[in-house]
Design a protein around this ligand. Structure first.
Ligand SMILES: C[S@@+](CC[C@H](N)C(=O)[O-])C[C@H]1O[C@@H](n2cnc3c(N)ncnc32)[C@H](O)[C@@H]1O
Length: 209
């Protein structure tokens, strides 16, 4: 796995199978805050589903200035989680990242503010079935792109995620592709533009009303 420094000073990885970076190279941590955490808003005590944990930036950005979060993260590649041990983290997330950097060892870590991240290792398309219904307030949806991993962006996976979310819950993702938004709407979501971060087109926010 190749680590690449992005423009905000944080590292992303390059995946040679997907032939894709894990984040926009304009800034991996900027993307975590801009497209996910700040786009949705987080309150203490929320239950969050991190769909494709990677280097954990989305979950850990949510922990900044928050407490009592209960985060369930799905990820199938232990190597990317292990890479968290040795990456350099910019000041904006350094303190928050520290307690979680060895999460590959136990897959279950609670920080000093009682924010808990539990990783379910394996195929997210299957492990999602183990999660309780109507339980998540926020979902960070962050697989590789629809072109590279179309199975992750299907109507049926959005339907499953929808059932796991509470009424009033919100999902964020970086893609604004027409077909993806159509699949979200067919699954029951209301779809609105998310913020524009690191590229010309907006991200997407999907609401369970
Ligand atoms: C775009 S990256 C996620 C970046 C991540 N949110 C972060 O902040 O670092 C996509 C991630 O999805 C994971 N992945 C790909 N296919 C998967 C699957 N079927 N189940 C679970 N995780 C998967 C990859 O290993 C990779 O870490």
């Amino acid at each position: 796995m190749k680590l690449v420094k992005t423009k905000d000073g944080s590292y992303t990885a390059y995946n040679e199978v997907a032939n894709e970076h894990y984040h926009t190279i304009s800034g991996a941590i900027e993307e975590a805050f801009g497209k996910h955490v700040n786009a949705l808003g987080i309150d203490n005590g929320m239950k969050i589903l991190d769909f494709c944990f990677g280097l954990g930036y989305n979950s850990i950005a949510a922990c900044k200035n928050h407490s009592n979060l209960q985060i369930i993260a799905l990820e199938n590649d232990i190597k990317i989680i292990e890479a968290m041990r040795n990456i350099e983290i910019p000041d904006i997330l350094k303190t928050e990242f520290e307690p979680f950097k060895d999460i590959a060892r136990s897959l279950n870590v609670t920080d000093g503010n009682n924010n808990k991240i539990q990783i379910l290792l394996g195929d997210a398309l299957r492990r999602i079935d183990e999660l309780p219904e109507k339980s998540f307030d926020r979902v960070f949806f962050d697989p590789f792109s629809p072109k590279k991993q179309s199975e992750m962006w299907s109507e049926s996976i959005f339907k499953k995620i929808y059932t796991k979310m509470k009424i009033g819950a919100k999902l964020s993702t970086y893609s604004c592709a027409k077909q993806i938004r159509k699949n979200m709407v067919s699954a029951g979501f209301k779809v609105i533009d998310g913020p524009i971060v690191g590229r010309k087109s907006p991200a997407t926010i999907a609401l369970k009303e």
